[in-house]
Design a protein around this ligand. Structure first.
Ligand code: PLP
Length: 412
């Protein structure tokens, strides 16, 4: 019998040479197809993480592979980087201009969401001539030292002290608290329309509009971080577009190129008028390969009217989770989300860990954030049947945990 396991070899090499910043899942993924991924032995898993909300049109999609191939045959990086023009970049800019909330006309590209937020913070200071940045407790904006400083989560932030100066923090969902800080030389407030890493927390209906109005009244820029919520993740193209928000900066990433590392930020003309050549830049700032993939992904999402699928399949999943909560109220303490950004909050961290491990054994990959929140964010193209099958695996695991807990209670 051949006992050689390629998965194990890969894991041994990574465990030796990959910097140890992640707690690891013992899964070595060789390939993906739609919402499924396959390990090196060919075992299939449902991917309900989409690589942290990134693979918006699923794994191995020909729209992406064709765009990569076609563009790479032409050119990957423009000479002199962003100084020269590119038809691939122009085509994406035109498409984004149709999709972005009105007023946000000027776009610059980055390689990651953190970089986009970092640039927005930097440029908000330059354009306003003011110093302070307000961010909200529980929010997450990236892992550069600038975005870590703007992250309202002490666990992601405080161990890197000294942080960048002039960051202020306000409680989530509390406009009066912002009102108390807003006169303190504030350049910008940065906000996620829905907290992603923070546990899929949705603010009160009028919160974002109120925040936007407060910013306008006090001449403070509003940076809306749509890195996780953008590009139809919650149904509309941008989660903030239906909330009465007038952003001065909007940052994007993750799903905008379906897995190719690519991100961007958009600004109003009013902001751009206060900026000058040399205020920002970057080697890959919209390189033709990234632009071609992003264009192909967004065009595809629009062509198949993905918002309808997100609303229907996401709505079905949310009502299923709500039903489970009624059945297992001791274990499931919260259910929330919009579109295909969904949370199932469990009663304790040990239970969430067990559920995640058991799901993995049963072939379902889920993400846990904030220790107790199971975050479901599969590809936006997931079908009703695929969602139903994945949820079935999750429910089976929850039932098993419930039976174990009941047995323990009975024995005690
Ligand atoms: C809301 C939000 N902003 C920014 C980021 C950082 O993006 P990246 O990991 O691409 O730097 C993330 C990542 O999870 C995020 O969820």
């Amino acid at each position: 019998m051949n006992t050689f396991d390629k998965n194990t070899l890969t894991q041994q090499i990574e465990d030796t040479y990959f910097a140890p910043f992640f707690s690891r899942t013992p899964l070595s993924v060789e390939r993906g197809d739609g919402i499924y991924v396959y390990d090196e032995n060919g075992r299939k898993y449902y991917d309900f993480t989409a690589g942290w909300g990134v693979t918006s049109i699923g794994h191995g999609h020909p729209v992406i592979t064709n765009a990569l191939l076609d563009q790479s045959k032409k050119i990957i990086q423009t000479p002199d980087a962003g100084k020269t023009y590119s038809p691939a970049r122009a085509r994406l800019l035109l498409l984004l201009s149709e999709l972005l909330p009105s007023g946000l006309k000027r776009v610059f590209f980055t390689n990651s969401g953190a970089e986009a937020n970092d640039a927005a913070i930097k440029l908000a200071r330059k354009a306003s001539g003011k110093k302070n940045i307000i961010s909200l407790q529980g929010r997450f904006h990236g892992r550069t030292i600038g975005t870590v400083s703007a992250t309202g989560q002490a666990s992601h932030r405080d161990r890197y002290s000294p942080l960048m100066p002039h960051h202020l923090y306000a409680p989530f969902n509390d406009l009066p608290a912002i009102g108390e800080l807003i006169d303190r030389d504030v350049a910008a407030i940065i906000v996620e329309p829905i907290q992603g890493e923070g546990g899929i927390r949705i603010p009160a209906d009028d919160y974002l509009a109120g925040l936007s109005a407060l910013c306008k009244k006090h001449g403070v820029y509003l940076i809306v971080d749509e890195v996780q919520t953008g590009f139809f993740r919650t149904g509309p193209a941008f989660a903030s577009s239906l909330c009465g928000v007038k952003a001065d900066f909007l940052t994007m990433g993750k799903g905008m190129a379906g897995g190719f590392p690519f991100a961007a930020f958009a600004m109003t003309d009013e902001v751009v008028a206060k900026l000058a050549v040399g205020d920002h830049g970057g080697t890959y700032c919209g390189n033709p390969l990234g632009c071609a993939v992003s264009y192909a992904v967004i065009r595809y999402l629009l062509d198949i009217k993905i918002g309808t699928n997100v609303k229907e399949v996401g709505g079905f999943a949310l009502s299923t989770l709500q039903w489970w909560q009624k059945e297992l109220p001791d274990m499931i303490t919260g259910v929330r989300g919009k579109g295909l950004l969904l949370a199932l909050e469990l009663s304790d961290a040990a239970l969430a860990r067990t559920v995640q491990e058991e799901c993995f054994k049963n072939g379902l990959l889920i993400n846990v954030t904030q220790k107790t929140v199971i975050r479901l964010s599969p590809a936006l193209t997931i079908s009703w049947g695929e969602m139903n099958a994945g949820l079935h695996l999750l429910k089976r695991t929850l039932n098993k945990c419930a039976t174990k807990r009941q047995t323990a209670v009975n024995v005690a």
